[in-house]
Write a protein that binds this ligand. Structure first.
Ligand SMILES: Cc1cc2nc3c(=O)[nH]c(=O)nc-3n(C[C@H](O)[C@H](O)[C@H](O)COP(=O)(O)O)c2cc1C
Length: 422
């Protein structure tokens, strides 16, 4: 953990979505980590959970009403906006995000959110199509531009018979993201926009830019207990997301299943399969730069994994017909409109690395391929360093020496910032 929540005070705004029940668990998780929690429920939230339940778990009064005669005698909403270390909005519904992005102050929650200068972390939760809607994307971009941090939403099954990005991040993920946000904000507590103010000492060539990064492997289920995977650790993709955030970009990281921590200052969307990754990528656009560092499975089992484990019956190996997965890099490279200005692919090869990478850039239509050798001699998949070759669309090529993955990420981000400016 980067920062303890002990003795921190969290203002928790609960929006009116089905995931409001998880906000009650979030109160418990935050208190387990030593924080005190002041709950604020919107009218919508009170359709799903009661102020009494929130108050009982928080061990203090839950606030609901802007025009509270007792509280507002001394302008209680302004006090709420000031007397905490951070504000967490969970679940952040589409409506609440729209109200925040529009600067509304039509209830206690939005008035406090508008009046506060504290760092704000929001955990969106909504139907897949609501999250992918251009209006919600605009609102998200506005909020990111205002310095609001995001955690999730994750991909996966939700209340509706649909799956994709929209499910609220788990309470412990939200608590982890809050710790990272507070660690980044430091003790100065500079408030809204603190991320932009924080790093004035270091160069921020991607300030005001949106960057999308994919990372890690995908898991393609065979049955409920087995899946097809690969050895990608996610280290290179995560390092690129971290470097882009440090360079000032608003970063969304779409990650397959990995065992490494989320990078600081980055909105992370967790997915499992290639199809979920494509849906999460489409929902995260528009972006100025998209870097596809994930090792996406080329194929998946043809039949959908059911709920029953496939049993061996003594008649030999089970047939496992495969079908091709969607090609995320080619799909985004060919988008029109909506193609990011710079689309970067990764090529992990075991032989004739450069030839394969040259063929790939032509086939996929991206601007740059970062190629690496993952053969036994190359030995970088899952390792801590990487030797990469850059192949540009105009034919220019360069090879970098073997470097730590953080250093590769830093140089790559600096290179992309230059390409974008030129
Ligand atoms: C059963 C039910 C579940 C809902 N779940 C969500 C949800 O998960 N996310 C969302 O954005 N809106 C959801 N809505 C719609 C919101 O409740 C509605 O937009 C409300 O005005 C949001 O209130 P708020 O701005 O206080 O969050 C749901 C509505 C119903 C009736």
């Amino acid at each position: 953990m980067t920062e303890t929540l002990a003795r921190r005070r969290v203002l928790l705004v609960i929006g009116g979505g089905i995931a409001a029940y998880k906000a009650l668990d979030l109160i418990r998780r935050l208190r387990e980590r030593g924080a005190s929690v002041c709950p604020v429920l919107t009218a919508g939230a009170q359709e799903f959970v009661t102020p009494l339940a929130a108050a009982a778990l928080a061990g203090e009064r839950a606030h609901t009403d802007l025009f509270d005669r007792a509280e507002e005698a001394d302008i209680g909403h302004i006090k709420l906006a000031r007397q905490a270390d951070a504000v967490v909005v969970a679940p952040a519904t589409a409506n609440l995000m729209a109200r925040m992005a529009g600067g509304h102050a039509d209830d206690l929650a939005t008035t406090v959110l508008l009046a506060t200068t504290l760092p704000i972390l929001i955990a969106p939760a909504m139907n897949v199509r609501m999250w992918a809607h251009p209006a919600t994307r605009r609102n998200r971009a506005t909020l990111e531009g205002d310095g609001v941090c995001f955690v999730g939403p994750n991909a996966g099954r939700m209340a509706e018979p649909e799956s994709g990005p929209g499910r609220m991040a788990e309470p412990n993920e939200i608590a982890d993201a809050l710790e990272r946000m507070l660690a980044q904000a430091g003790d100065a507590r500079p408030g809204l926009g603190f991320l932009a103010g924080r790093a004035e000492a270091q160069p921020r060539p991607l300030a005001g830019r949106r960057v999308l990064v994919t990372s890690g492997p995908t898991h393609e289920p065979i049955d409920p207990v087995r899946y097809i995977a690969n050895r990608s650790s996610g280290r290179q993709g995560h390092a690129i997301a971290a470097a882009a955030a440090q360079a000032g970009a608003a970063v969304t990281l779409v990650s397959g299943p990995v065992a490494i921590p989320d990078p600081a200052g980055v909105a992370v969307v967790r997915v499992e399969t290639a199809r979920e990754m494509l849906a999460a990528v489409e929902a995260a656009l528009p972006a100025d730069i998209a870097v596809f560092a994930a090792a996406v499975a080329d194929w998946r089992p043809q039949s959908e994994a059911g709920t029953k484990k496939i049993k061996k019956d003594g008649s030999g190996p089970a047939p496992l017909p495969l079908v091709e997965n969607p090609d995320i890099l080619a799909t985004v490279s060919r988008m029109n409109p909506g193609r990011p200005a710079l689309v970067v692919g990764f090529a992990a090869e075991t032989d004739t690395v450069l030839d394969h990478a040259r063929a790939k850039i032509a086939r996929k239509g991206c601007d740059l391929i970062v190629a690496n050798d993952v053969s036994a001699e190359g030995g970088v998949m899952g390792g801590s360093d990487n030797a990469v070759h850059l192949i540009h669309r105009d034919g220019a090529e360069e090879s970098w020496p073997r470097l730590g993955k953080d250093e590769v990420a830093r140089r790559l981000v600096a290179h992309l910032a230059e390409l974008l400016d030129s």
